[in-house]
Design a protein around this ligand. Structure first.
Ligand SMILES: Nc1nc2c(c(=O)[nH]1)N[C@H]1C(S)=C(S)[C@@H](COP(=O)(O)OP(=O)(O)OC[C@H]3O[C@@H](n4cnc5c(=O)[nH]c(N)nc54)[C@H](O)[C@@H]3O)O[C@H]1N2
Ligand SMILES: Nc1nc2c(c(=O)[nH]1)N[C@H]1C(S)=C(S)[C@@H](COP(=O)(O)OP(=O)(O)OC[C@H]3O[C@@H](n4cnc5c(=O)[nH]c(N)nc54)[C@H](O)[C@@H]3O)O[C@H]1N2
Ligand code: SF4
Ligand SMILES: [Mo]
Length: 712
């Protein structure tokens, strides 16, 4: 009997699961939900589940992407060894061979064509430490002026608007908590329900508290469903719409005159400009009836508190920065900023869309939001880096303009880290052609993306589960994500890879760090006294899940929740209003006889950006395994397009084939295609490549297209 019992327990023990827990942060969007991956091991298999961890931003919630993030991380397609292209095929090589090959090619290019023949293209999906190192790598190791990053396609319009109007750019001017105190909320070109799902409860709570919500979007989305008033405007007309709202506020004398007088400049010019504009014309241009413009303007102005949030719908336009500034004009004219329940938010995109735009990856930027064209800033950073100020390059050009320079032959080599520009830049066929022209391409990635396929060398990197560092979320809250697992195969961290390449180039003395914290401590010093001041933030202070909102200028400083309570960040302390024309300087494509429809682009909940990661996740891919085109049934019928059939969409730049999806929720003159697929489903083959003249953001949200059925 005893023997039988013993063997029963032994048998049972064999099947009892062992549990391991990995605390981490989601790799995808800017909410940076804290979570825990739970690994259960039994004799037969390993299984995983993810649970949310309490933190002040997502409060323990997770969305479908966070819940399944580990699936791509453990995918067998992960690149785990350096790969070198030989006779058109990738072969595994050692790190030594790969690094030596990279150093030789970079030296050859720079010796023959000068330092600026090499370029660097970075990302906002990497840690602050890595973003900081990318800037230092370009300026100190390569000494090239050509560095920019994928955030140019993402946050640049809102960032330049914030910097120009307020004197500083932090995505949200207050904590998310304050959304619940806003009595009126304008959501302009933002689909929070699909893109930052775990912060939706803040808006639902605001609504329960009685807030009036206004959505501005050419489509009905899960977000616009929350709205009391949905302005379903023609794509690309936000600047004109904001002029309409502002004109009504002034006509109805609903401005906050004392705020305008004491806290801003530029109002008189704006008011004069608006006098000459006609509301009928604005109504015609935007497709929004005057009654709705009135309701929106008067409600927003009359409520005691209010917030405006914008995202890429407003910003990814050839007048994106001015369109945002016009929404900021409304905030200032009504005095709704700097106090509880009042403020602005550019809903940040990528995981580190905030932090990675502050520390030197931008063409014209040095750490701490310093300017590379400002002599004092140059001297300060040169001192921190231990180099001579005259040796620092000057400013370069934006992401898409670097690609144009590759096409023109001025840039010959590219170090690409954490981005897939052939799928994410406009006019994708041109981008691919330009990247094929260069002599040398290094890609640092987890997977073989469409861009990585063109590389001469691919370096394998670690994922969010394996890499440590700080990320700054959409609130401006700096968070610490510690490494939870060891690196697979021979993969190295992005920060190690940057240092290894720098060392191979003979710049070891500037790139010797033993851990991410050491880099962070240098970043703290480099950002000290700058606009984005991280000097008071330490890893120890970040341990636990609270995080600290910047600016944080000393270790005793609690961080800054609400900005602009007393003054703005310009030298005179005032915000700057600006005249915004209805029509952009860089004209957008309009529907015509040949290309009769507007095309706008964006996202779905289950996929992330160019889809390289989420298409590898079986649970996420199952939700949308191919791209699609939303079209209004009436428009579809006129064009003989049935539901769920293949269609060819063409623009002046190319064509793609996707499946039709009838929906009465979109405007009749507009089709929508997400951008998560590559090759023949890559919607950026259609998109125009004109840029906003201020911030160099491409106009991803407006192109003219024709659609034909392939169902014959
Ligand atoms: N599921 C998911 N979540 C994500 C991402 C993802 O890829 N997938 N990406 C992350 C990143 S990097 C970013 S930048 C954010 C993006 O977040 P969002 O900017 O919210 O996402 P989009 O879908 O690009 O665009 C938002 C809305 O703009 C609308 N729109 C299109 N044209 C116009 C226009 O002319 N005017 C106005 N007012 N609206 C217009 C679209 O219909 C869409 O509903 O999401 C982040 N979160
Ligand atoms: N038509 C259209 N185009 C758009 C947009 C749109 O709305 N419409 N939105 C734009 C926006 S907002 C954005 S942000 C861009 C994004 O565009 P991309 O920067 O091209 O986006 P990702 O798909 O995130 O590419 C990231 C690549 O890095 C890899 N990767 C992931 N994590 C890591 C890591 O930790 N380290 C390294 N080294 N590699 C990693 C992934 O496998 C992937 O290949 O696209 C823009 N393009
Ligand atoms: S995708 Fe964004 S909202 Fe979803 S779990 Fe990840 S960080 Fe949170
Ligand atoms: Mo983005």
């Amino acid at each position: 009997m005893a023997d039988m019992l013993l063997s029963y327990f032994r048998e049972k023990q064999k099947y009892t699961q062992k549990e391991k827990v990995y605390p981490t942060q989601c790799p995808f969007c800017s909410v940076q939900c804290k979570m825990q991956l739970v690994e259960q091991t039994s004799v037969t298999r390993k299984s995983y589940r993810t649970v949310g961890l309490m933190n002040p931003t997502s409060k323990g919630r997770l969305c479908i992407k966070g819940l399944n993030a580990h699936q791509h991380t453990f995918h067998t397609d992960r690149i785990t060894h350096p790969l070198l292209k030989k006779d058109g095929e990738f072969v595994e090589v050692s790190w030594d061979v790969a690094l030596e090959y990279i150093a030789k090619n970079i030296h050859d290019i720079q010796n023959e064509h000068g330092k600026n023949a090499m370029s660097v293209y970075g990302s906002a999906s990497i840690t602050n430490e890595e973003a900081y190192l990318m800037g230092k790598f370009a300026r100190v190791a390569l000494q090239t002026k050509y560095i920019d990053y994928n955030g140019r396609l993402c946050m640049s319009a809102a960032a330049s608007a914030g910097a120009q109007t307020f004197g500083m750019d932090r995505g949200l001017t207050n904590r998310l908590e304050e959304v619940m105190y806003a009595e009126c909320i304008i959501l302009a070109g933002t689909n929070i329900a699909e893109c930052q799902p775990t912060i939706m409860p803040y808006f639902e709570q605001a609504k329960e508290n009685g807030a009036f919500i206004i959505a501005i979007d050419p489509r009905e989305t899960a977000t616009t469903k929350l709205a009391d008033l949905h302005l379903k405007l023609k794509p690309g007309t936000d600047a004109a719409l904001a002029n309409g709202l502002l004109k009504i506020i002034i006509d109805e004398k609903l401005m906050d005159e004392s705020f305008i007088e004491n806290r801003s400049n530029g109002y008189a010019e704006v008011a004069r400009h608006l006098e000459d504009l006609s509301l009928d014309e604005i109504s015609e241009k935007t497709g929004i009836v005057r009654k709705d413009l009135y309701r929106a303007a008067v409600t927003f102005a009359k409520k005691a508190t209010g917030m405006i949030l914008t995202a890429r719908g407003v910003e990814q336009q050839t007048d994106g920065s001015l369109a945002v500034r016009n929404f900021l004009n409304i905030l200032i004219a009504t005095g709704k900023i700097g106090k509880q329940g009042c403020g602005y938010g550019a809903i940040t995109g990528q995981s580190n869309g905030q932090g990675a735009r502050e520390h030197g990856q931008k063409a014209d930027q040095l750490p701490g939001y310093r300017s590379i064209e400002n002599d004092e800033h140059r001297t300060y950073i040169a001192d921190v880096w231990g180099v001579e100020e005259p040796d620092l390059p000057r400013k370069g050009v934006s992401a898409f303009e670097m690609i144009q320079k590759m096409d023109q032959g001025e840039i010959k080599g590219l170090f690409l880290l954490c981005s897939n520009p052939i799928v994410s830049n406009p006019n994708a066929r041109f981008v691919k052609k330009a990247l094929k022209k260069i002599d040398f391409l290094v890609a640092v990635d987890l997977f073989m993306s469409e861009t990585a396929k063109l590389a001469d060398v691919i370096l394998p990197t670690t994922s969010y589960l394996e890499d440590e560092g700080t990320m700054t979320n959409l609130e401006g809250r700096v968070t610490l994500r510690e490494a939870a697992k060891s690196a697979p195969g021979e993969a190295r961290h992005d920060w190690q890879i940057i240092c290894d390449v720098a060392k191979a180039l003979g710049k070891e003395q500037f790139f010797s760090y033993s851990c991410a914290e050491e880099i962070f401590n240098e970043l703290r010093l480099a950002s000290k006294g700058g606009i984005a001041d991280y000097s008071g933030i330490t890893y120890n202070r970040l341990r636990g899940n609270e995080g600290i909102l910047w600016p944080c200028p000393s270790e005793e400083h609690p961080g800054t929740g609400r900005l602009f309570e007393e003054s703005f960040a310009h030298a005179d302390g005032k915000a700057l209003m600006v005249v915004v024309p209805n029509e952009p300087m860089i004209v957008k494509e309009k529907p015509c006889a040949e290309y009769p429809l507007y095309l706008t682009t964006g996202r779905v909940m289950a996929h992330y950006l160019t889809g390289v990661q989420t298409r590898k996740s079986s649970s996420l891919a199952a939700r949308h395994f191919e791209s699609f085109m939303e079209i209004h049934p009436e428009t579809a019928k006129q064009m003989n397009i049935t539901d769920q059939t293949l269609v060819r969409i063409s623009s002046r730049r190319g064509s793609i084939v996707v499946r039709s999806k009838w929906t009465a929720t979109i405007r009749k003159d507009t089709v929508f295609v997400p951008f998560h697929w590559d090759e023949s489903q890559n919607v950026n083959r259609l998109v125009e490549d004109k840029l906003d003249p201020t911030c160099r953001m491409p106009g991803f949200k407006v192109s003219a297209v024709q659609v034909e059925t392939l169902d014959s």
